[in-house]
Design a protein around this ligand. Structure first.
Ligand SMILES: C[S@@+](CC[C@H](N)C(=O)[O-])C[C@H]1O[C@@H](n2cnc3c(N)ncnc32)[C@H](O)[C@@H]1O
Length: 293
């Protein structure tokens, strides 16, 4: 049965987290159990279906902003897209891969995930290749990908600095990585509010354990510094990290109908709190076209 050892979810301070990463290991261990994975499948179908698509759309939009036609040019003018290479880090049961295939049929898409229990459920993906690996040990040549997406797993990486270095190394010049995860510094009030919206104890335990493992923005900045990555943007909450009433978020909604539609559908889901986004952080890493710029 799931959660046999509730002690592993004991609340920890950020100091404990950075020292031992035991919360991260406990949160990750969770995905190696077949029963837990079945539960996660249901959890993700209910809670992650739309946020995950939004993550993909924001990643594609950010990439298109610097390369390729916009969503309008694609849909209304039929402009062809270049066959880009995409990596989905922590692809889990493959739902992101399926959506990416639908949205970018011309792309070469690869997913990686270390947990066989998760990958075994990813049977529906058609053309995407799935490789059992962590990002830290991902077996690819440098400069292999135009776009790297990591949705909801940065907190689980064993070696975040190594993982970030690897991501930067795997990006082609001009490429973009978009890492979306929970943030480790949510206020007790927000934590309580979000947990109360979940309708079973197991869901609350699961979410609490994942929240415990999450890194604070300061920790992430520190990891980026250690990885010598300077071309990045770290946004908190809102839409893709832009405050919800900012001109950047508004511009995103105006120019991209996929994003606008998903935001609208998310707002229609009665069980979802409008404060959910406050618990997220959004890290964009860009590899410059030319070295040193
Ligand atoms: C919460 S699930 C998210 C799965 C998927 N991205 C989604 O949005 O549904 C986290 C996944 O990240 C994977 N993961 C953990 N550590 C990882 C690492 N170092 N590199 C790649 N994936 C990792 C886990 O095995 C798990 O399948």
């Amino acid at each position: 049965m799931v959660f046999q050892d509730p002690d592993q979810f004991v609340i920890q301070t950020s100091a404990d987290r950075s020292a031992g990463r035991s919360a991260g290991r406990a949160a990750q261990k969770w995905f190696s159990d077949t029963e837990n994975v079945k539960f996660f499948r249901e959890f993700e179908a209910e809670y992650l279906r739309l946020p995950r698509k939004l993550c993909v759309e924001i990643a594609l939009d950010s990439l298109d902003a610097s390369a390729g036609p916009s969503a309008v040019e694609e849909r209304l003018l039929g402009w062809p897209r270049p066959p880009i290479d995409i990596l989905d880090v922590g692809c889990g049961t493959g739902s992101n891969l399926l959506y990416l295939q639908e949205r970018r049929p011309e792309a070469k898409i690869i997913g990686i995930d270390p947990e066989p229990a998760m990958i075994d459920l990813a049977t529906e993906t058609k053309s995407a290749e799935i490789i059992q690996a962590t990002i830290e040990n991902a077996p690819f040549e440098p400069e292999s990908f135009d776009l790297i997406i990591s949705h909801s797993n940065f907190r689980l990486w064993n070696e975040p600095v190594e993982g970030l270095k690897k991501i930067y190394q795997l990006l082609k010049p001009g490429g973009l990585a978009y890492i979306l995860d929970l943030r480790g510094d949510v206020t007790p009030d927000l934590r309580q509010h979000l947990l109360e919206r979940l309708d079973s104890e197991i869901k609350r335990q699961f979410f609490a354990s994942q929240l415990e493992a999450a890194y604070t923005p300061d920790q992430i900045k520190n990891f980026l510094e250690q990885a010598a990555i300077t071309h990045y943007t770290l946004g908190l909450g809102g839409l893709g990290g832009y405050p919800i009433r900012s001109s950047a978020a508004f511009a995103l909604l105006q120019k991209n109908e996929y994003i606008a539609e998903l935001v609208f559908r998310l707002s229609q889901e009665g069980f979802r709190s409008s404060r959910s986004a406050d618990a997220t952080l959004h890290l964009y890493i860009r590899r410059p076209m030319t070295k040193g710029i």
